[in-house]
Design a protein around this ligand. Structure first.
Ligand code: ZN
Ligand code: ZN
Ligand code: FE
Length: 682
């Protein structure tokens, strides 16, 4: 079973050719393209085991299917208007208004009128509207209850995308690849879509049409459309027709249905090109379940099933030197996502005839994936390996870069939101001497309390308060800089209660997470006091960076950090950055420059710490540095740190096919557990 592939050029041409028998047919496909994982129920992969089983081939299609010289030879989902699935348009209560013949015209005219459509796709339903229609996009946000998180866009072709974004060759290639991911592209000033598409962002997530239905809808439409997952807020996207009426009927003005079942839910994949290098941020449709070849040394590794993390969850089946990673399955705390996660594990075990010999889980005792793995281990009497979160991040990066199992250790830099530490603390800014088997923590960001615990993640102003209190006389700053938006906001907050909690250490767990520093800076600069989606503060801070501003003011560089050389652990401390940052804001320095100085300062500090660690420890990592964790989705940090390190002679491993965020954890867990098992066997 392979990954679903975007409509190939010949199939697209046939669909748009009035003389072809597949003219206007939304399910045209061939051996090179079409649905795969999304329609399969079990192996062997042939039509009777897919949701195409309900559609017996007509004589014409059967002839193509049997002909070794035909492009559709043994194309399991082969179909045509005479025998295959059909679309129709219906009202939100399920009353059919247009059949296949008229549906496309009706869909296009509804989009032009600013209506919101639910559209059944390959891996799930989407919600769509004209991306240039501000009122329509706003209506969609309100109905979907997704107020700020950027919406993905789809455009007919690269020429349309180029009107809105700066497009590098590697980005164009990625957009047009068979996986057809959403690619994050720098917005250019030439033309803009509606402001509500991506508030606070400097980039748009664009994809190209990847089914004939998309091609038919977008053909000469002239404008991009929003194409976002068909769900309310953070739930998994709908896949079933009745469910779509129930859950999306209140959001969409009309529903585009079809009668081929979506067996496996697949979200759109997300990728970004940083300095010419592709980095997957969400591994999903178009990528899963393609196996990744593991590096040398993993050939004899046992079959490890790794259960991943909690947010952006995936799992991974390791065997015979290969790793099969699942598609992105979302936040397991959501009951529907957790159910889908369990089903997907069973499906993959069936598809790959896989029985694990051991399990790997995160050390966090409350992750649902950890609990599931531990239960299963107990029931099936299988060993369960706990793998520290940031060690798993680094191991995933090593596997992603083909580093052999027995290679010498690297210096792993794992920067993310939060992960369970080996000491039970909340880590997330870690410098680890690591190989696949083990790690030693050499340095970390100076821990800072999170006032209110998880609430401090949702409300960056709390993190900012904790940072400022730890860095100097916060009360004096609040008076001196009273006019700054952050301190104005702070006056409306219960800081007395916070002071008490911080002094008594009540519900104030400390964390070394780098992601929390981004939140704090986003709050103090006035960009973001409370978030509506994960990492919003960090994303908006990156978006705010005025990249050219540092070149324009060469004598002012990044904010400074302090490196503290502790006996057993070094710390990177941000306390010196705050007075400089507040002073900049007070002088009216533009946010774009402040954000640039923060990014430059952090990049310089990371590079300096890496150089000093390398000297102090006598370089056991032989100049090899691995970068992982969600913070490395930040292109300014990723590209900047790579350039600095390479200029100092380091070899840098960054993520490619596997996300640097928690979507990559399962691969790292599997690699660590496998390496330990190989070592134990001697
Ligand atoms: Zn094709
Ligand atoms: Zn047919
Ligand atoms: Fe993480």
């Amino acid at each position: 079973v392979t990954a679903d592939a975007a409509t190939c050029a010949p199939c697209r041409a046939e669909t748009l050719d009035p003389s072809n028998r597949r003219y206007g047919y939304p399910f045209t496909n061939c051996t090179h393209c079409g649905p795969r994982l999304s329609i399969v129920r079990r192996i062997p992969y042939d039509r009777r085991h897919t949701s195409m089983a309900a559609f017996p081939m007509c004589a014409d299609c059967a002839r193509e299917y049997e002909d070794p010289l035909d492009r559709r030879f043994h194309a399991q989902p082969n179909a045509c208007p005479a025998c295959g699935p059909r679309i129709w348009l219906e009202t939100p209560d399920g009353e059919r208004t247009e059949g296949q013949g008229d549906a496309i015209d009706a869909i296009r005219s509804l989009l032009r009128q600013g209506r919101i459509l639910a559209i059944k796709g390959i891996g799930g339903f989407h919600l769509a509207c004209d991306a240039t229609d501000e009122a329509a996009v706003r209506r969609l946000r309100e109905r979907k209850r997704r107020y700020e998180k950027p919406f993905a866009l789809m455009a007919e072709n690269l020429a349309v995308i180029a009107r809105y974004c700066r497009l590098e060759p590697a980005e164009a290639e990625l957009l047009a690849s068979p996986a057809a991911p959403i690619v994050l592209l720098r917005a250019s000033a030439a033309e803009r879509v509606a402001d509500s598409v991506a508030p606070g962002q400097a980039s748009y997530g664009f994809m190209l049409p990847y089914t004939p239905l998309h091609h038919l809808i977008l053909h000469e439409l002239g404008v991009p459309i929003v194409l976002t997952s068909g769900n309310v807020s953070e739930e998994p996207q709908c896949t079933d027709n009745l469910e779509a009426r129930r859950r999306l009927g209140g959001i969409a003005d009309a529903i585009v249905q079809h009668d081929r079942d979506i067996v496996n839910r697949l979200d759109d994949a997300v990728a970004r090109v940083i300095d010419g290098r592709t980095q997957l941020l969400r591994r999903a449709r178009g990528y899963a379940p393609a196996p990744l070849s593991l590096p040398e040394g993993f050939e004899q590794a046992p079959r490890v099933l790794a259960l991943g993390g909690e947010l952006k969850s995936t799992f991974c089946l390791l065997r015979d030197g290969q790793a099969v990673m699942s598609q992105h399955l979302g936040d397991l705390e959501n009951p529907a996502a957790y159910a889908a996660y369990g089903e997907a594990i069973a499906l993959y075990e069936g598809l790959f005839e896989y029985t694990p010999e051991r399990l790997a889980v995160d050390l966090h005792p409350d992750y649902l994936s950890t609990k599931l793995g531990r239960e299963r281990g107990a029931q099936a009497d299988l060993p369960v390996n706990g793998v520290q979160h940031h060690h798993a991040h680094i191991a995933a990066c090593l596997a992603d870069n083909g580093v052999p199992l027995d290679a010498p250790p690297v210096l792993g830099i794992a920067l993310d939101g939060l992960g369970f530490g080996a000491d039970g603390g909340l880590w997330g800014g870690e410098f680890l001497l690591a190989d696949y088997r083990q790690f030693r923590r050499l340095a970390a960001f100076r821990p800072v309390p999170m006032p209110g615990g998880a609430q401090a993640v949702r409300e960056p102003w709390r993190m900012a308060y904790a940072y400022l209190r730890g860095a100097g006389d916060c009360a004096a700053w609040a008076r001196r800089y009273a006019h700054l938006p952050y301190f104005e906001y702070l006056r409306t907050r219960p800081t007395v209660v916070l002071d008490q909690a911080l002094e008594a250490g009540i519900n104030c767990p400390v964390t070394s997470a780098c992601g929390r520093l981004f939140d704090a800076v986003a709050a103090v600069t006035g960009l973001r006091q409370a978030v509506t989606y994960e990492a919003q503060g960090a994303m908006e801070l990156e978006a705010a960076v005025d990249a050219g501003s540092l070149d324009e003011r060469p004598d002012e560089t990044g904010y400074t950090f302090i490196i503290e050389r502790g006996k057993s652990l070094w710390h990177l401390d941000a306390k010196t950055l705050w007075p400089a940052l507040l002073d900049d804001l007070d002088r009216g320095v533009p946010i774009g420059f402040v954000a640039a100085r923060f990014h430059a300062g952090l990049t310089q500090a990371l590079a300096k710490l890496i150089r000093e660690l390398t000297d102090a420890h006598d370089n056991p990592w032989q100049g090899r540095v691995a970068l992982s964790g969600g913070v490395f989705q930040n292109a300014v940090i990723s590209a900047g740190l790579r350039r600095r390190l390479e200029a100092s002679g380091f070899e840098v491993f960054a993520h490619r096919q596997v996300p640097p965020n928690d979507g990559g954890l399962s691969l790292g867990q599997a690699a660590v557990a496998a390496a330990r098992a190989v070592a134990a066997r001697g």
